[in-house]
Design a protein around this ligand. Structure first.
Ligand SMILES: *Cc1c(COP(=O)(O)O)cnc(C)c1O
Length: 361
C-alpha cells in the first residue's frame, strides 16, 4: 500500500455539514427553498447599492479591524467597541471561540437536536461533544445542561431560539444556568434568530453579558438582515474575552462587501425590522394552521417551524421535494421548514394537510 498523507483523526471523524438543498424544479409551479432559514427578501436597494459601489474597490484588502462597522454597531447596541468581535458568519466566530478555549479532549456541552455547526466546530477543535437531549416540549433542558458540566467542560452552548425546534429560553432559567455553571466555563448564548423573538420572558442577552465575564453573545447578519451570502456575524463579550476572539480570527476574514452591507443594514435597521415583523406574522399564521390540522408544533420564536415527524421525516421531505418545495429533514427526529414567501408557506400548509389525511387513510 502506498503511503498516505496523515489527516488528524478528529478531522477524519468530522461530520460533513449538510446544507439545505435547492428545490427540484417542477413544470408549471414556482420552486421554493425553505430549507436553510434564509430571509426570502432580496437585499434592500440601498444595501445592494452599497455593495455594488464597494465592488469597485475589491482590489484592496478590507479593513482588518472592522473599525467603521464596530463603531456603527457599538452605537446601535450601546456597547463599547472593545466588547465586539466580527467573523465570517457567527459559525466562524464559534470556531474561533472553541479554538481560543479548548484543548484536545476538553468538553463542549450543547443541546441536541440543535445547530449542526456545534458538532462540526467542536470536532475541528478536537474537543469532545457532550449532547444534552431536549425536553419533551422540544425546549432546551438547562438544568440537565448545567448538570452535564464536568472538570473538563470549557464551553456550554445555549441556542436560543433553538435551531431546529424553535423555542427560546426564559430569562430566569438562563439566570439559573449561569448561577450553576462555574465562572471559568464559557457560556455562549447563540442568538442567531434574536430579531424574530416575541416572547415576553426572553432574556436580554446584552444585560446578561454585562453581568457575566464568562458569557459570549453570538449574533449574525445572515438571518433577519438577509446577508447570508456575504458571511458576517459578531460576538459581544467583555473586553478580555472579545480580544481573545479577535486574536483567533484569520487576517481579513470579514470581506469588504460584507462590511459595507452590514454598516448599511445597521443604518436601515427600521426598514429591515418591518420585514422581520412580516415574517413573524407569517410564522404565527403557519403555526396556527398546522396546529389546527393536529400537528404538535413547538412554539417557534424564530423564522422556521418544526414538525416532529420522527421516522417519517424523510418521507414528508420527499413529498415536499416532489412539489418543488425544499425543506430540511433531520432523519429520525423531524423536519424544519423556514418561513419563506407567502406562496411557499401556503404550499407547506397544504402539503402538511395532505400528508396527514394520507396517513389516516
Ligand atoms: C444560522 C445559524 C448560525 C450561523 O449563522 P452564520 O450565517 O454563520 O452567521 C449560528 N447559529 C445558529 C443557531 C444558526 O441557526
Amino acid at each position: 500500500m502506498s503511503e498516505q498523507v496523515r489527516i488528524r483523526p478528529n478531522v477524519e471523524g468530522l461530520p460533513p455539514y449538510r446544507p439545505g438543498k435547492a428545490p427540484v424544479p417542477r413544470e408549471g409551479i414556482a420552486a421554493y427553498k425553505i430549507a436553510s432559514n434564509e430571509n426570502p427578501h432580496p437585499p434592500l436597494p440601498r444595501v445592494a447599492k452599497a455593495i455594488a459601489a464597494a465592488a469597485l474597490e475589491i482590489n484592496r484588502y478590507p479593513d482588518a479591524g472592522n473599525v467603521e462597522l464596530a463603531e456603527a454597531l457599538s452605537r446601535m447596541l450601546q456597547v463599547p467597541v472593545e466588547d465586539l468581535a466580527f467573523g465570517p458568519g457567527s459559525v466562524g466566530i464559534l470556531g474561533q471561540i472553541l479554538q481560543a478555549s479548548c484543548d484536545p479532549g476538553d468538553e463542549v456541552v450543547y443541546p441536541w437536536p440543535s445547530f449542526e455547526g456545534y458538532p462540526l466546530c467542536a470536532g475541528l477543535a478536537d474537543a469532545t461533544s457532550v449532547r444534552v437531549p431536549l425536553t419533551a416540549g422540544a425546549r432546551l433542558d438547562l438544568p440537565a445542561m448545567a448538570a452535564a458540566v464536568t472538570e473538563r467542560t470549557r464551553v456550554v452552548m445555549v441556542c436560543t431560539p433553538n435551531n431546529p425546534t424553535g423555542p427560546a429560553v426564559g430569562a430566569s432559567e438562563l439566570a439559573e444556568l449561569l448561577a450553576a455553571v462555574p465562572p471559568h466555563v464559557l457560556v455562549v448564548v447563540d442568538e442567531a434568530y434574536l430579531e424574530f423573538v416575541t416572547a415576553q420572558d426572553a432574556p436580554d442577552a446584552l444585560d446578561v453579558y454585562r453581568r457575566h465575564p464568562n458569557v459570549v453573545v453570538l449574533r449574525t447578519f445572515s438571518k433577519a438582515y438577509g446577508l447570508a451570502g456575504l458571511r458576517i456575524g459578531y460576538a459581544v463579550a467583555q473586553a478580555p474575552l472579545a480580544e481573545a476572539i479577535r486574536k483567533t480570527c484569520l487576517p481579513f476574514a470579514v470581506n469588504r462587501l460584507a462590511q459595507v452591507a452590514a454598516v448599511e443594514s445597521i443604518a436601515a435597521v427600521d426598514e429591515l425590522q418591518v420585514r422581520v415583523d412580516g415574517i413573524v406574522e407569517e410564522r404565527g399564521r403557519v403555526m396556527a394552521a398546522l396546529r389546527a390540522q393536529g400537528w404538535d408544533v413547538p412554539d417557534s420564536q424564530a423564522n422556521f417551524v418544526w414538525l416532529p415527524l420522527g421516522e417519517e421525516s424523510l418521507e414528508f421531505a420527499a413529498l415536499c421535494d416532489s412539489e418543488a418545495l425544499s425543506v430540511r429533514p433531520f432523519a429520525g427526529t423531524g423536519v424544519r421548514c423556514s418561513i419563506g414567501e407567502t406562496e411557499a408557506n401556503d404550499r407547506l400548509v397544504e402539503l402538511a394537510a395532505a400528508y396527514r389525511s394520507g396517513r389516516r387513510a
